[in-house]
Design a protein around this ligand. Structure first.
Ligand code: PEP
Length: 250
C-alpha cells in the first residue's frame, strides 16, 4: 500500500532563524505522527540549519530545485552532490513557477530528474495544466506530455514521486475539487502504467498540490489515487501544516 507523503514547499520564504523556529515547532507538533511521511523543503540557505534541527526526527528534508551536473562552472546553481551532503532525500523538480518564471522546459526537467535518481535523491516531478489549457480541454494532453518527457530514461527500479499541481490552483486559494483531482490522478496512474509495469504504476505516490489547507486536506487525501500533498502557503505556519498532516480541520 502507498504511504501518504505530505510535503511543504517553503518557496522563497524564511530566513535561517525563521526556518529553524518553524521546524522546531513542527517537530513538537508532529512527534507522534508515525503512519505517514512528512517532508519540508526550505530554501537552499536554510537547508543546513534545518538539517541540524531535524536530527533525531522522522521529518524528511528536501530541496526545491537542483542543477543536473555534479560540479563545474554553473554560477548560482546547486548540485545533487551538495544536496546529498545535506541529507536531502527529496528534490522538487519542474515546479510550475520554475517552468513559467525560469523558463524550464521538459528537456531540462528530464535531465534534472535523471540526475536526481542517479544520486539517489527522490525527485518529485511536478505536472499540471494552466487554466487556459483546462478550459480548452487539454488537461490530459498536457499532463501526459509533461510526464512522458519528464520521465524519459527513468527505469522501473528508480524511485520517484509525481505531484499533480494544476497551475490555476497554486497560490490562488482555488483548489481542485477532490473529484477533479482524483480524475487526473487516475489518468496519471494510467500513463505510468504505459511507461512502466502495472505494479510500478500502482506503487508510485501521486501528490496533489494547489491551495491545500486544513479545511480541504482530508477530503482530497481520502481519494483513492491521491497519496499526499505538496503544500505551499499553508506549509509556512506550523499550525496549518501540522493540521494538514494530521487531517485536522481548522
Ligand atoms: C506549491 O507551491 O506547490 C503550492 C501548491 O502552493 P499553494 O499550496 O500555496 O497553492
Amino acid at each position: 500500500m502507498r504511504r501518504l507523503l505530505i510535503a511543504g514547499n517553503w518557496k522563497m520564504h524564511k530566513t535561517v532563524p525563521e526556518a529553524v523556529s518553524l521546524v522546531r515547532e513542527l517537530k513538537e507538533l508532529l512527534k507522534d505522527v508515525k503512519d505517514r511521511d512528512v517532508l519540508v523543503c526550505p530554501p537552499f540557505t536554510a537547508l543546513y540549519p534545518v538539517r541540524e534541527e531535524l536530527k533525531g526526527s522522522s521529518i524528511y528534508l528536501g530541496a526545491q530545485n537542483m542543477f543536473y551536473e555534479e560540479e563545474g562552472a554553473y554560477t548560482g546553481e546547486i548540485s545533487p552532490l551538495m544536496l546529498k551532503d545535506l541529507n536531502c532525500s527529496f528534490v522538487i523538480i519542474g515546479h510550475s513557477e520554475r517552468r513559467r518564471i525560469f523558463k524550464e522546459d521538459d528537456e531540462l526537467i528530464n535531465k534534472k530528474v535523471l540526475s536526481a535518481v542517479r544520486h539517489k535523491i527522490t525527485p518529485i516531478l511536478c505536472v499540471g495544466e494552466t487554466l487556459e489549457e483546462r478550459e480548452s480541454g487539454e488537461t490530459e494532453k498536457v499532463v501526459e506530455r509533461q510526464l512522458k518527457r519528464g520521465l524519459r530514461g527513468i527505469s522501473e527500479d528508480d524511485e520517484f514521486v509525481i505531484a499533480y499541481e494544476p497551475v490555476w490552483a497554486i497560490g490562488t486559494g482555488k483548489s481542485a475539487t477532490p473529484q477533479m483531482a482524483q480524475e487526473v490522478h487516475l489518468f496519471i496512474r494510467g500513463v505510468l502504467g504505459e511507461l512502466f509495469s502495472k505494479e510500478k504504476a500502482f506503487q508510485v505516490r501521486i501528490l496533489y498540490g494547489g491551495s491545500v489547507k486544513p479545511e480541504n486536506a482530508k477530503s482530497l487525501l481520502e481519494m483513492e489515487d491521491i497519496d499526499g500533498a505538496l503544500v505551499g502557503g499553508a506549509s509556512l505556519k506550523a499550525d496549518s501544516f501540522s493540521k494538514i498532516v494530521k487531517f485536522e480541520e481548522a
